[in-house]
Design a protein around this ligand. Structure first.
Ligand code: GDP
Ligand code: MG
Length: 674
């Protein structure tokens, strides 16, 4: 492949608050680019990208499907991301492999709770983003208010490249401020035809002012544009686009476009903007990895000629077959290739390669750097693994996986040990697909325990076990999962010595534990000048020691461990050191005093003003910390932190408190004690 093709690829995704219109926009993009021949609607359960039966029933998008379409000689790989917070891992893993994103906002709702969440995720991975303000056909849509919310709450400069065009009250189309043209779409039409004319008299002066505003913002970012602008030279559309593109890729601005996807208006210019302003794999900051042996940081070139480096970002079981989604950063892959999984240190064979189009796959023989593909035949690879050819120590940074916060017990409805065994194996396949699901066995009751990120998350997991894997199961009540931390500092010492088989294993470790800031996890500080093998034995012992606290058996979190002293004798072995570390840690934690932590949720409740008092009172009775109340138009938004265990039945309670006018959004915040 010529590097030229790389320049013409856009790996992008749509992100948004739930219901802003991601699926509807995606469906239009696929239709206008000729990828599909009929538009499906979300409310009919017909959208192409919503392909799990559970998604079609609920009208929401859960798994991120990948699809490829072509536009103006460019290839756009779209990764659909779910909107529900219980599936943040899906959003994280897609943002990790995306080069650019379009953030869809509702013209009425504006910046909503999850708009902020996904925006911060996009910032974390430095993904250049465009904004599409959708639903401008709806009564109450107010693009100016949405712009000011973006500026205030997302802390980035929105740069509208269009102006919405209304005929009376009805939204007709947009003014393109670069070319100063009016683009309208017919009503009650599939919107394939974009009618381009000169700008109507009634909006001309407003359009000129909007263009000036855009030009001034851009001129401030680029000296040579500033010069031409001040001296009154004509500035070409090409030049404006170049400056806009550069500033977008550098994450300095957020270009803004408008439309009404359901009315088939505004989509084609959005696809143009994806190509004009979002980066190709050539334009992104090269991803970083590190050498497992030396720790050296390695920059991975976006180059098809370099050795293969690929990242597994999703596993999906399809009719019993395992499909692994890969993002290729460097090199090429052919059918039949032998890959090395550097994370797991195993060899894996590529049986088949596919380009994905929602649930429909297209067989291909070869894929190159920049591509996002699915591979059949990989047995070991799970989300976060690095696959290479000719480099057995290079790993890309893994995706950070959140700890489950809630669990349910499940058991087969009928059948004996065999059914139980089948449930156990299929549940672990589910864990394979979704790293935020944990499957274990309760040692006391023998039940299978499914743990995840929220009630809906578990409900869908159970549905999937029932439908896709054909297992009939009984489900217990959800249980909140607890963690432990420590209240103070303390030391622990362990001298271990025991004969195992013929060898005497000894270890002697003294360590100190102190509380770390909430939500930071555990840190291990091990004496540096020690041999690597002993060091990794100690680390293993400490990690295992954190799995269960000595009093309740909960996971230990937010503890800083400092190994102060190790005594090495002739009998010292790795095994001995590991056990000594584990025991010293347990002793130190016990000495320091154990503090039970529970999952705390970040909740935002939107209600009309008259219900604020009742909602705040009710939240307080649920042990919530109220952070504040923000006024958003006619609604008041109450922000608070509340223990997950106290949110049971909240939606019913809120409905009755607010006469059905309240809504809320909740996501995991951290383990804490409120
Ligand atoms: P997602 O959750 O972000 O994928 O949002 P959907 O695409 O499922 O859309 C949510 C709802 O909003 C659906 O009922 C859509 O039909 C509707 N919708 C999407 N775009 C528009 C629009 O431009 N105007 C109006 N009035 N409704 C829209
Ligand atoms: Mg959707």
């Amino acid at each position: 492949m010529k590097p030229d093709r790389l320049r013409k690829i856009r790996n992008m995704g749509f992100v948004a608050h739930i219901d802003a219109g991601k699926t509807t926009v995606t469906e239009r993009v696929l239709f206008y680019t000729g990828r599909i021949h009929k538009m499906g609607e979300v409310h009919d359960g017909q959208a192409t990208m919503d392909y799990l039966p559970q998604e079609q029933e609920r009208g929401i998008t859960i798994t991120s499907a990948v699809t490829t379409c072509k536009w103006n000689d460019h290839e756009i790989h779209i990764i659909d991301t779910p909107g529900h917070v219980d599936f943040t891992i899906e959003v994280e893993r897609s943002l990790r492999v995306l080069d650019g994103a379009v953030m869809i906002l509702c013209g009425v709702g504006g910046v909503q709770a999850q708009t902020e969440t996904v925006w911060h995720q996009a910032r974390k991975y430095e993904v250049p983003t465009l904004a599409f303000i959708n639903k401008l056909d709806r009564p109450g849509a107010d693009y100016r208010s949405v712009l000011s919310q973006i500026e205030k709450r997302l802390e980035i400069k929105p740069v509208p490249v269009q102006l919405p065009y209304y005929d009376g009250d009805s939204f007709r189309g947009v003014i393109d401020l670069l070319r100063m043209k009016q683009l309208v779409w017919k009503d009650d039409d599939q919107g394939s035809e974009v009618i381009e004319t000169d700008i109507s008299e009634d909006i001309l002066s407003e359009a000129s002012a909007a263009r000036d505003h855009m030009m001034e913002t851009l001129a401030e970012l680029d000296d040579s544009l500033m010069e031409s602008y001040l001296s009154g030279d004509t500035i070409s559309v090409r030049t404006i686009k170049d400056v806009m593109r550069k500033a977008t890729i550098e994450n300095r601005i957020l270009p803004v476009l408008y439309g009404a996807a359901l009315r088939n208006k505004g989509i084609q210019p959005l696809v143009d903007a994806i190509i004009d302003y979002l980066p190709s794999p050539n334009d992104i900051r090269p991803p970083l990895g590190h050498d497992k042996k030396t720790g050296e940081i390695i920059t991975i070139p976006s180059d098809p000629q370099s050795p293969l480096v690929a990242y597994a970002f999703k596993v999906y079981m399809e009719e019993g077959r395992r499909l692994v989604y890969l993002r290729l950063y460097s090199g090429e892959i052919y059918t039949g290739d032998e890959l090395f999984n550097t994370t797991r240190e195993t060899s894996e064979k590529v049986a088949r390669l596919f380009m994905m189009h929602a649930h429909h796959k297209e067989r291909i023989e070869k894929a190159v750097a920049g591509d996002i593909i699915a591979v059949a035949g990989l047995k070991d690879a799970v989300t976060g693994d690095t696959l290479t050819i000719g480099n057995e120590t290079l790993v890309l940074e893994p995706i950070e996986v959140l700890k489950p916060v809630i669990s349910i017990a499940i058991e087969p409805k009928s059948g004996g040990g065999e059914a139980y065994q089948r449930l156990m194996t299929t549940s672990s396949k589910l864990m394979d697909e979704d790293p935020t699901i944990k499957v274990s066995e309760d040692p006391d009751t023998g039940q299978v325990i499914l743990a995840g990120m929220g009630e809906l998350h578990l409900e869908i997991a159970v549905d999937r076990l029932k439908n896709a894997f054909g297992i009939d199961i009984n489900v217990g009540n959800p249980q909140v999962l607890y963690c432990s931390s420590i209240t103070g500092q303390a030391d622990g010492e362990s001298m271990f010595s025991k004969k195992l088989g013929d060898t005497l294993h000894s270890g002697h470790v003294t360590l100190h534990v102190s509380p770390a800031r909430r939500g930071t996890g555990n840190t291990f500080d091990i004496i540096p000048d020690m041999n690597d093998q002993l060091k990794s034995s100690i680390l293993l012992g400490l990690e295992e020691g954190c799995l269960a606290d000595p009093v309740n058996g909960y996971n230990i979190v937010d503890v800083a461990v400092q190994v102060k002293k190790v005594i090495i004798t002739d009998e010292t072995t790795g095994q001995g050191m590991k056990i000594a570390s584990q025991m010293a840690l347990q002793e130190a934690v016990k000495n320091a005093g154990i503090l039970v932590l529970e999952p705390v949720m970040d909740i935002e409740v939107m209600v009309p003003e008259e219900y604020v008092g009742d909602v705040v009172g009710d939240l307080s009775s649920r042990r919530a910390n109220i952070e504040g109340v923000v006024i958003k138009g006619k609604y008041h938004c109450i922000k608070a932190y509340v223990p997950l265990s106290r949110t049971v039945g909240y939606s019913t309670q809120l409905r009755s408190m607010s006469r059905g006018r309240g809504s809320y959004n909740m996501k995991f915040f951290r383990y804490d004690n409120l």
